[in-house]
Ligand binder design. Structure first.
Ligand SMILES: Nc1ncnc2c1ncn2[C@@H]1O[C@H](COP(=O)(O)OP(=O)(O)OP(=O)(O)O)[C@@H](O)[C@H]1O
Ligand SMILES: [Mg+2]
Length: 292
């Protein structure tokens, strides 16, 4: 299956078309005129020849893909196409079950560490790359202890923990609603608040990438728009990868969109491009609701 990225040169790094300098394009410029530099976001994570197996089931097939720093990338595709499987590779959730196997690499930049290498500690990786799930899943603990969890694991002191908890809850737009009841059980929060608490828990360890797997599908429209606003604010600080079944949501909140189909990457491009003028017929059919 052809991919938009596969036709692009490997060096300089593949970028969607309008962000790349075009070597064949020679516009006349006055001698004194300095051409404006092409400013493109850095690559945050590079997926190289990634396949993933649940036992004998090959759920991801040779994926090559780049995620750009401090950009929001949406992953779309029909049910069962491997969206969650791809996200779970990023924070090594698959390691929790025997028989699962990765092939290929996911390089986390700038240090180039291969996230899926058996030499990389999954616990450390989960602090650098944190994940929020479809159904809010706060721990059966207080609001405070939910957010403190990763910080305690990291051995932070009390003052740092207190400061980071406030910061994370503010970033998740939850602080004002919970600041007077931090030691109450998290389950007393509404569904939308619980999801923002899970986002705060994920943000507390200052992750480099935030993974969101259908973060609003269990929420009402008001809670959904709060999460979407939150994504818009967080994008300045953290690279976000979000799985969604909601095409309008993908169009609203993401800079780039990836379309997966039966474990393969079909197309990736700037979101407006994917939704207005996709290169692949399968993408077109999916976004117009012909299947999936
Ligand atoms: N634990 C598992 N064991 C075996 N196969 C699995 C497991 N989890 C997922 N799969 C298979 O891997 C494929 C991809 O599943 P995945 O959950 O990643 O899809 P998805 O795109 O997230 O779907 P949805 O939109 O329904 O959430 C599917 O064929 C699924 O049946
Ligand atoms: Mg899924």
């Amino acid at each position: 299956m052809s991919t938009a990225y596969s036709e692009l040169p490997a060096n300089p790094p593949p970028m969607p078309s309008e962000q790349r300098a075009r070597p064949t394009e020679h516009r006349p410029t006055a001698a004194a005129e300095t051409p404006a530099p092409v400013v493109a976001p850095a690559i945050k994570a590079e997926v190289r020849d990634l396949s993933f197996y649940y036992g004998n089931v090959r759920a991801l097939k040779n994926i090559n893909l780049q995620f750009l720093e401090r950009q929001v990338t949406a992953i779309i595709g029909p049910s069962g196409c491997g969206k969650s499987t791809l996200l779970r590779c990023f924070n090594r959730m698959h390691d929790l079950y025997p028989g699962n196997r990765y092939e290929g690499q996911i390089l986390l930049q700038p240090d180039g560490v291969n996230i899926v290498s058996p030499d990389v500690d999954p616990i450390e990786m989960r602090m650098r790359i944190s994940m929020v799930f479809q159904k809010p899943n706060p721990f059966p603990k207080s609001i405070f202890e939910n957010v403190a969890f990763g910080l305690r694991l990291r051995g932070e002191d009390k003052a740092t923990i207190n400061a980071k908890i406030e910061q994370a809850l503010r970033s998740a737009a939850l602080w004002d609603e919970v600041k007077d009841r931090l030691h109450q059980p998290a389950y007393k929060l509404s569904g939308g608040q619980q999801q923002r608490l899970c986002i705060a828990r994920s943000l507390a360890t200052d992750p480099e990438i935030l993974l969101l797997d259908e973060p609003t599908s269990a929420l009402d429209p008001v809670a959904t728009s709060k999460i979407e606003e939150l994504v818009a604010e967080l994008r300045d600080h953290v690279t976000i990868i979000v799985v969604t079944h909601n095409m309008q949501q993908a169009a609203r909140i993401s800079d780039y969109t990836v379309f997966l189909y039966i474990g393969e990457l079909v197309e990736v491009d700037r979101t407006e491009h994917i939704f207005k003028n996709p290169a692949n017929k399968l993408t077109q059919s999916y976004i117009t609701g012909s299947f999936g």
